[in-house]
Design a protein around this ligand. Sequence first.
Ligand SMILES: [Cu+2]
Length: 354
Amino acid sequence: MRRVTWLTATAGTILFATPAIAAPLCKGADAPMHVKVDARRHDIIVTVGPCRIAPMDISMSMPGMMGSEASGVVDIKTRFLWPVSGYMRSFTLTLFDSTSKVLPQNTMHHLELVNFDRRQLLYNLAERVLGIGEETAGAAVPKSVGVPLDAGTHMGLYIMWNNETDTDIDGVTLELRMRYSPANMTPRPLEVLPFKVDVNLHPGLGDAFNLAKGGGERSTEFSVPVGGRLIGVGGHLHDFGKELRLEDVASGKVLARVRALRRPDGTVIGVRHQLFGIWGRGPRLLPGRQYRLVAVYEDPKGAEVMAAMGVMGGIFAPDDMRKWPAVDKSDPGYIRDLEGAPLPARQPAPGKMP
Ligand SMILES: [Cu+2]
């Protein structure tokens, strides 16, 4: 508790002491960053800033597309070592201005907490422990569950700002507070890891796709290298998205379904989550069996659907953590996913996908 107070006070003092000097733009790996452990509360507090946030480059944004997905541009890519062994189980995100006043959540467009040392269940890509969008301020899982993380794990914090005004926002500090269960907790928490399937995965190049007039479906098939149970699913869809379905290929049975919250014109407000409970009836995924993710789109006005996306995310409890495949950091896809690929000078006109 004392350490937290000290941290806030220090940030405030520095900022008040230098009111005339603008904070740096904080590009790439170049951002002031601090990692603190509040051992009494079991909190890890990561702060980034103070940073100056430049107005968004309008030429980078495309209608219906998230800025980072369109351009591959991430403002901040800081790295740090995870400070303590345990099981992460909740987070809260707060943004402050130079006077320590809380800023609206949408000052940040997107944030990712990356674990470079562990791959994703389906892909040899760095694990995304957290993904926080403009509307997410926090989330938690019960104490009986947690994401295992060891002290010394190579972590990254990727941040994309969102400044829709035409002037700089100065002195912004981002605070990500994560609660963990200690490694020696008894009973030991159920180990859970992020689950992610993308219907159109192209690491570092963007996962958007187009659909014919009125919409349609896009799907992908996959298998899992280690069995386990899904204890919750959510998803990511763009405008005109209707639902994401996880199916067993052989039986055709729908194992999980998440629906978009839509306005009558088809614009998407959000995607509903489906929680199965920790010891509940969540679908069990078996190694060697084929599964299918289907993304469904429908435009009520019957226009072509441009720049759609379909990603199911969730929480996966593996049957045997020791069977989790090792990450290959030399794989070109792994590298490209983290670096992003430079865009060609001119975007080709979006055409129909086969
Ligand atoms: Cu998207």
